[in-house]
Ligand binder design. Structure first.
Ligand SMILES: [Zn+2]
Length: 477
């Protein structure tokens, strides 16, 4: 029998406001434990929260970018539970009147674009952080009161691949808005997944489980793959699925039962008495709408048109706003933007990955990179040398032209010299030539390799190949 998965994702995004959501403490990552705290975020009796208007602004922007309806009237509620990282024993969150509802985003799937519904976006405060040491646990309240948006999707996601694509698209939108860095490693983006399975064509939803402890987008994908298989095999062997929360163990590659899933009524939500409800008028919404930057999808379309690059190139370039900014700054200075896209997507991206840095940490400016792109485009250096020069540029900060000059890396295009080398190579390798003549046309690649070696990688490999083929056809060797 054919099964299908039904997946909904809950994403928590930390907003990068200067201060926390209900007090003036600084909102920064990596400070000494318990240094960004005050009586309000430590939950002392008798203190009153004051709402940070910047959080509302960011929440509305995110809501608009996710095509949501923005509430004209919204309020905060208390979510009551006890945990050592939550000093007040309640979290100020939003329950029945969230700031934004009924949105959608479009993701790419193998069957074309697909809309995933956004059920709601609400504002809330983060809890502190427990640090488990040897023989003791510690608590750091710096994170208590950091503003969060919870973004809840509709259960429109049908596969782990779609979940991955949804997260990538959502992260990209939030990053483009500049309201969060969405760094999962720092915990500024966190994700829980709800998943159930049912027989294909069946209308009724199966019992779902919630998966927590997902530390990367790849982790989300692997955890969902595992959990879907687990549920299907349980149902096929006649078992029932328990509604529960399960923890993903990335090392073992399995999910494990943590606790039975709590229901909303377990939290005894009630309206937050210390904060007034918020009215949002349409002029505020419209003025924030006018401040929205160009969104990733629109930018992809524009890059294809403006720089005559492929859809694929545009998609890769736009994954991160800074990368796309860097591309545009460079592409404006070069004769062939397509070459610029190639260089950035393959060679530059690889260099950044190896060093674990992003373009904003790069010592090479768009002007400097444009010089390299032009040298390559004009055939002054070949593909192999581009990489070497770029490496050198990143390490030394020297301009491309100077490096090429200094190291003698300019492409060898002296036909006479190349022909001499080609003839020599053919004469030295009679066996390879015989293979070539007996129909193994690929044997020529060995000869190309030999000539390239003799020029220390500086010849144009296509030219060398053409030259060798011509000589072999003419009967040399
Ligand atoms: Zn505080």
């Amino acid at each position: 029998m054919d099964w299908e998965a039904v997946i909904g994702l809950e994403v928590h995004v930390q907003l990068n406001t200067n201060t926390k959501i209900f007090c003036g403490c600084r909102n920064e990552f990596g400070a000494e434990p318990n240094t960004n705290v005050c009586p309000v975020c430590l939950g002392f009796p008798g203190v009153l929260p004051v709402f940070n208007q910047k959080v509302l602004e960011y929440a509305i922007k995110v809501g608009l970018a996710l095509n949501c309806r923005i509430a004209g009237y919204t309020k905060f509620d208390r979510k009551n539970y006890f945990y050592p990282d939550l000093p007040k024993a309640y979290q100020i969150s939003q329950y029945d009147m969230p700031i934004a509802t009924e949105g959608w985003i479009e993701i790419d799937t193998e069957n074309g674009p697909k809309k995933i519904g956004i059920k709601r976006v609400h504002m809330e405060e983060d809890a502190g952080k427990l640090i488990h040491g040897e023989g003791a646990s510690y608590v750091d309240y710096n994170r208590a009161g950091v503003p969060l948006l919870e973004i809840v999707s509709q259960p429109d996601i049908s596969s782990p691949e779609e979940a991955y694509e949804y997260l990538t698209t959502l992260k990209q939108i939030v990053q483009y808005l500049g309201v969060s860095d969405c760094d999962m490693e720092k915990g500024s983006l966190r994700c829980d997944a709800n998943v159930s399975v049912r027989r294909r064509g069946e209308g009724k939803l199966g019992t779902k489980t919630e998966i927590k402890n997902l530390n990367s987008f790849k982790g989300v994908k692997s955890a969902l793959e595992y959990e879907i298989r687990r549920q299907i095999s349980a149902l096929e062997s006649g078992e029932t699925i328990q509604q529960e929360t399960r923890l993903w163990d990335a090392n073992k590659g399995i999910t494990q039962s943590m606790r039975s899933k709590e229901e909303a009524h377990d939290y005894r939500y009630f309206p937050e008495p210390d904060l007034l409800p918020i009215k949002v008028d349409s002029s505020t919404i419209e003025s924030l709408r006018s401040e929205l930057p160009e969104m990733p999808k629109a930018r992809r379309r524009r890059l294809v048109e403006e720089y005559k690059i492929t859809e694929y190139d545009a998609k890769v370039l736009c994954l991160e706003k800074e990368f796309a900014d860097y591309f545009e700054e460079t592409a404006r200075l070069v004769k062939n933007p397509k070459k610029c896209a190639n260089l950035m997507i393959s060679i530059l991206a690889e260099q950044l990955n190896q060093r674990g840095i992003s373009v904003k940490d790069l010592a090479v400016s768009p002007e400097q990179l444009s010089e390299l792109v032009n040298l390559w485009d004009e055939g002054k250096i070949n593909n192999l040398v581009v990489k070497q020069v770029l490496e050198e540029m990143i390490e030394t900060g020297k301009p491309a032209g100077a490096i090429v000059e200094e190291k003698g890396l300019a492409q060898v295009s002296d036909e006479g010299m190349l022909e001499g080398l080609a003839r020599e190579t053919i004469e030295k390798n009679p066996k390879v030539v015989q293979d070539y003549r007996s129909g193994k046309k690929n044997a020529v690649m060995f000869l190309v390799g030999q000539v390239m070696k003799a020029t220390r990688g500086k010849a144009n490999p296509q030219k060398v190949r053409q030259l060798l083929e011509r000589l072999l056809e003419e009967g040399v060797g």
